[in-house]
Design a protein around this ligand. Sequence first.
Ligand SMILES: Nc1ncnc2c1ncn2[C@@H]1O[C@H](COP(=O)(O)OP(=O)(O)OP(=O)(O)O)[C@@H](O)[C@H]1O
Length: 642
Amino acid sequence: MNCWLSAIKYRRSIINASYSTLSPHDAIINIPKANVNRFGDGKYAQPLFRDLTWTVREGESWAVIGKGGGGEKTALFDTLLGRYRLAPHPPPPGGLFPFLISAGRDPFTEVSIVSFGHRKQAGGAFYDYSARYGAVQEEDRLTLRQHMFPETIPPLRMPYDDPGATRELKMTISDEELAVFDDLVARMGLGQFLDLPLIALSNGQTRRARILKAVLKRPQLLLLDEPLTGLDIKTRPLLLDTLHDLHVKKAPRVILGLRAQDTVPDWVDHVAYVQGSTVMTGDKDSVLRRIEHHSGGWQGQMQKGVLTRNSKAHLGSVLIDLKNVKVQYGDRKVLNQLSWQIRQGERWHLVGENGSGKTTLLSLITGDHPQSYTQTRYHPVDSNSNNESHEPASYLRLFSQPRSRLPTTLLRSAIAIMSPELFDAFPRRASMTVWDVIGTGFDGDFVPKGRKGVGSGIGMKVISDNQSMRKGGCEGAMEGQEGWQEEEEWRVGRVWEVLRALGPEAWTEATSETRNLNLSSVAPEGPSDTTRDFAKIPFPSLPLPQQRIVLLMRALVGRAPLILLDEVWSGMDETMVRVAREYLRGESPVSTIGSSVGGGVGPDQAVVVITHWEEELPWNRNEDSGVFRRFRLSGGTGWVEE
Ligand SMILES: Nc1ncnc2c1ncn2[C@@H]1O[C@H](COP(=O)(O)OP(=O)(O)OP(=O)(O)O)[C@@H](O)[C@H]1O
């Protein structure tokens, strides 16, 4: 009883103390000091956050910065959304959001979040994300304008309706709101997309549209988690300026979520830095000074003094050959007379503004785009033909074949991909373990197959100048054929390899201050217990950053001749980004089967990376001049940047 009474006294003292320093009416967020627990956790369970003390006052501009791949930043936002239990809960009368309570507003409707780390809810089944490239289905016809103003969606016409009757569609928003909308649309560069089907918008366009929609709902407080993800360099400052203006006008107040490696905008003056179960809060300079003490940022921690290893690299055969290809929707030309060749051994950076056609181009290469079948056009043989208007000859050759000759299953095993679309669409079945997900990468499947969960083999021969380099993968034997056992063993070994090189062993290794980069000293023994346990975890139960790196392992495991990495770093924490870049550069301290130590991708493989963040590229012109190249898209066309 005494203990109970002292707990009450303790709580009262906190309440009184907090009241003495804080006017409950002016605080936006008020957490005097609390532990954060999951609902239903027992009293001895580890709290998500310990001693969380956080006060946000009117007029301050905050960013929540997350370090670590366990989804800690998301958990802090979820705490604000009432998804976790605060103990003790911030005291009445103001509670967690004093400014709302004092104004008689409901936090449930007045605090919203737009998160780009989160994925749309997909069930256990794979949904076809390539639907976007084809003829737009009736159910996908909703335009961006209709999405913003559902009242402008024409009502269904019934057979018994008077065919002559017209119905007026009226927007129910005021002129003032419409002016705000027009201003935001212009500032976010969305004007030309208002009447396009939502499904047709590019990644960056969709992200801007989601922010716009959230702002139009007029919450009092908007949490924006990683809003710059997937935005091109030109758009980023425009969006940040817009968000700052909105924040200053309190229409709405904005709190940004950033990754530890992101630049903190100048106008942010306060930071909540989340690492593990600790949250450091305070003014920006003092918090950043404190954390700088612990780490120098991932750029600073990259291995220094790497030799120009690839300058004399030998480039192999042409894998992908596009000549004057064109993609057009009605009058809208997205790609026009574009030519590009990808050879074995090359490391490409595919770059261009949002909407310039990068994803469309990749979808031609993967054969997902219906127009990949219709690219081949030759000049008429008849030289007397006076048809002047014909277009130049064009073709799309994938591994020396036209698309129509290549079954999709073969293409999926020869081209490994990780992209935001795949991340959203990949099935999340409770029964699928991390091992299963990685194992689907060999044959490009979406459900586990084979006795050992490493597929059953796809027999595609890809022309190669480096046959000796390839062992296993999509050119290996198929289940039931001679050589399958050897192939299966190779596959199992590869799953362990990527798990060790990119899994929890590597994150711990990479964060350890005593990290030893001397590759020859790395013990050649098998996976640790940590790795074995990680392999057995159900994939959907992993935090999102870990799901992302597992899908990257899936893309790398089969040593496919062509690897496409579209915005793979988004949502990953800095340690994972570093580990993955080192692996791709061949600097991972884990030996690989049939290859030299640390060889992530080989000279027989080509890799295309799409990122708007130059600093995230694993390769650069100085160190990898023989193999690193940049292909830029703009205005429908593309060229190699020398
Ligand atoms: N079905 C369609 N109808 C009309 N336009 C479309 C359709 N599908 C895509 N587009 C347009 O094609 C353009 C290219 O889109 P894509 O997704 O390839 O761009 P991106 O370069 O990958 O952009 P981001 O950097 O934002 O990911 C966009 O402007 C998009 O609106």
